[in-house]
Design a binder for this molecule. Structure first.
Ligand SMILES: NC(=O)C1=CN([C@@H]2O[C@H](COP(=O)(O)OP(=O)(O)OC[C@H]3O[C@@H](n4cnc5c(N)ncnc54)[C@H](O)[C@@H]3O)[C@@H](O)[C@H]2O)C=CC1
Ligand SMILES: O=C(O)[C@@H]1CCC=N1
Length: 267
């Protein structure tokens, strides 16, 4: 199998590394396409045995799978300036936020499109990807794509493409929400007089431990919260402030804004 990655940025390169790590393709069968000439050298040093090209020098593309990993805002430029033909039988796998299968099919004049939404922990093989596919793609082709996606973490097939915008808002953007909350906690620690490095340690280990408790307990989240929050104690005081300031609803509204933005990106 030959794979071309159009847009060798954070996600495109994370995917490529995972495919090679799990020997799902040979390095010689990987073709990375960058925007500029300058980036080619840097990418070549990380992928010495793969083909690296800049976008405007690709005149012919030989690939069974073409991964589109440019920003949604750059997709129109890609379409308008494409100097090569998408091979008729190849699959296109888009990880662009928001852009629908229908739009990709129309712009690329190509039927076989799979749309996926991964997230940044793919870099460690700990990502989660939701994906869906256009009609006409066979089960075995889809399983091939899933095997590739699974090298970056877990993957979930979704029948309804509309849910991909929700997945984008939930798990695609999700790591940033988590960092945001961690950052707020670390800053609270330093404000109370704990050195920043120690505050980071306390918060990160707390999140790690709490994550494992969620995963290894039969209790619901409410019960786990109750286990920590003693009557009249410190946790209760914190949770009361969160509730008074409707933090949960603010977080939910933020996530719904991300979903709305995903839909706007398709316009
Ligand atoms: N960063 C994330 O956590 C996630 C990103 N995505 C999606 O993945 C896509 C890529 O995102 P990132 O990797 O974060 O962005 P990035 O900016 O790191 O990568 C995009 C790459 O595309 C290249 N590019 C732009 N125009 C090009 C062209 N005409 N030809 C070849 N290369 C071109 C850019 O130079 C850049 O290296 C986006 O569509 C985003 O919506 C999806 C899930 C998570
Ligand atoms: O922020 C974005 O638009 C992309 C999609 C999900 C994560 N990053």
């Amino acid at each position: 199998m030959k794979i071309a990655v159009l847009g060798a940025g954070n996600m495109g390169l994370s995917f490529s590394k995972s495919f090679l790590k799990y020997e799902l393709i040979k390095p010689q069968n990987l073709h990375l396409i960058t925007r500029s000439q300058i980036k080619k050298e840097i990418i070549k040093s990380v992928f010495p045995d793969s083909e690296i090209s800049s976008f405007n020098e690709v005149k012919e593309l030989e690939a069974d799978l073409i991964i589109i990993a440019v920003k949604p805002q750059d997709f129109a430029f890609v379409v308008e300036n494409l100097t090569f033909k998408i091979p008729g039988k190849s699959l296109v796998l888009s990880i662009m936020a928001g852009i629908s299968i229908e739009k990709i099919q129309k712009f690329l004049k190509h039927k076989f499109v799979v749309r996926a939404m991964p997230n940044s922990p793919t870099l460690l093989g700990m990502g989660i990807t939701g994906y869906t596919a256009a009609e006409g793609i066979s089960f075995s082709e889809l399983m091939n794509v899933e095997r590739l996606l699974n090298s970056t973490g877990r993957s979930v097939y979704l029948e309804d493409e509309k849910l991909l915008d929700a997945v984008t808002a939930l798990s695609g953007s999700g790591p940033a929400y988590f960092y945001y909350i961690i950052d707020a906690m670390i800053k609270a620690g330093t404000e109370m007089g704990i050195d920043e490095n120690l505050s980071k340690l306390f918060v990160k280990q707390t999140m790690l431990g709490a994550y494992h408790l969620i995963n290894n307990s039969d209790k619901s989240l409410e019960e786990l919260i109750k286990d920590v929050a003693s009557k009249g104690g410190t946790t209760e005081a914190a949770l009361k402030t969160f509730d008074d300031r409707v933090l949960k609803s603010i977080l939910k509204d933020g996530i719904l804004s991300a979903e709305k933005r995903a839909k706007e990106l398709n316009q």
